[in-house]
Design a protein around this ligand. Structure first.
Ligand SMILES: [Zn+2]
Length: 409
């Protein structure tokens, strides 16, 4: 090789080397392709201790994920070498995940217990089925367990004759993975009752609204009464309740509305920011359970409340305007059951009948699904209003708003 040729090659190689060195710190691609320091270790998410029944399979990766600033793909492993699923005890298991240069580990406690506790069957205490109509006996019933995340639920409907009016039993049975069982016998009334028909030619509409729930004690029995007459209602719910019932309300075709997450006057009526922060929390809560956030709402204690004045002077005057800028529509009531504190079913029925005018084209009926007597009261109120020519509808974004005439703070 001639010296000049060698020098040329040397210069070419050297310049290429210099170019690489030159671009390396400025372009991210070059940075990735060469060996640079990845100083940030990957992060593990959703790691938590596990409690499981003897002999039951454990899903260690349920809800577990990892992230990293640089590595595009991460593999999470777990060392469960010390866990003995067949023997009660407290064990340790260790997750690990690595990027190109760092390893992150996280230890959890795995508690294996003997499971002697049977599952719990949640659902209505009585059902109503229109004669000769199909009925979904699963809807509104769920089995839960302290250790089994998904106990099995079976239904025996063999005693029911849907083509003959009468009272029958449906038997629900739940099984957990440790062999514990639970049974719930529910009376099923088969009969013929007045049916709500949204399509009938009537100018008179009734909007049943239920605030402050849902409640595990009462709401499912209310859903059974509403189904009896094929009536759809609107539930202005609060946060931190029961996600199964919220889903059932949605699956039954009822409407969900916002009633603030906390319903604590001292929190929500402290300021505009506090109010909308609490509402946003409820929206996120519902979004996570039913997949949507309603934009219809009701102020706790109504838009004409005085109580907000204890915390912020003039707040309702401002809030009732600002809700529109935020895209909400709010609904008060023009007749009410006054069910909170009512002594009997009869009192609730009387309260409503004496607070409404039967020539009213739209009834916005205020009630609470958290009140025990309200459920039985609806079994009188609904057929009464159907007979007076009302048909029941849910409140949705197109429903004309009803507001109290006066704002008192
Ligand atoms: Zn309320």
């Amino acid at each position: 090789m001639k010296l000049t040729t060698f020098l040329l090659i040397l210069i070419f190689v050297a310049s290429a080397f210099v170019i690489i060195l030159y671009v390396e710190p400025t372009t991210p691609m070059a940075k990735l392709n060469t060996t640079t320091n990845d100083t940030v270790p990957p992060e593990l998410h959703g790691i938590k201790d596990i409690v499981s029944a003897v002999g039951a399979p454990i899903d260690y990766f349920n809800g577990v994920s990892a992230s990293d600033d640089m590595a595009p793909e991460l593999i999470i492993t777990i060392d469960t070498g010390k866990v003995q699923v067949d023997r009660p005890g407290i064990y340790e298991a260790v997750y690990s995940v690595s990027d190109t240069q760092n390893v992150t580990t996280a230890a959890i406690t795995v508690t294996i217990l003997e499971d002697h506790t049977p599952p719990v069957i949640e659902g209505a205490n009585v059902l109503y089925v229109q004669k000769d109509c199909a009925f979904d006996f699963y809807l509104g019933f769920v089995a839960t367990d302290d250790l089994d995340p998904a106990p099995e639920l079976k239904i025996d409907t063999s005693r029911i004759n849907l083509s003959e009016a009468g009272v029958y039993d449906v038997i629900y049975q739940a099984y957990d993975q440790s062999g514990n069982t639970a049974t719930k016998k529910v009376p099923v009334h088969v009969g013929t009752w007045p049916k709500n028909d949204e399509n009938i030619d009537s100018r008179k509409t009734a909007y049943l609204t239920f605030d402050d729930g849902p409640s595990t004690e009462t709401t499912r029995d209310l859903l059974a009464i509403l189904a009896k007459y094929d009536v759809k209602a609107t539930f202005f719910v609060v946060g931190g309740t029961n996600e199964h019932i919220l889903k059932e309300i949605d699956q039954h075709g009822h409407a969900l509305g916002l009633h603030t997450y906390s319903h604590e006057y001292s929190i929500i009526y402290e300021s505009e920011d506090a109010f909308f922060e609490d509402m946003y929390r409820l929206e996120q809560y519902l979004l996570g359970i039913v997949g949507y956030a309603p934009q219809i709402m009701r102020f706790p204690a109504g838009s004409n409340n005085y109580v907000s004045g204890d915390y912020n002077q003039g707040l309702m005057t401002r809030l009732t305007k600002e809700v529109y800028q935020r895209g909400y529509r709010y609904y008060d009531w023009n007749c009410a059951t006054w069910d909170v504190g009512a002594a009997s079913v009869e009192e609730i029925v009387h309260n409503l009948k004496s607070s409404l005018r039967l020539d009213e084209e739209a009834l916005y009926i205020g009630a609470h699904d958290t009140v025990h007597h309200t459920i039985a009261a609806m079994d009188s109120i609904i057929p009464y209003l159907l007979e007076k020519g009302y048909h029941f509808k849910i409140i949705d974004e197109k429903t004309p708003e009803y507001h109290f005439y006066e704002i008192n703070n």
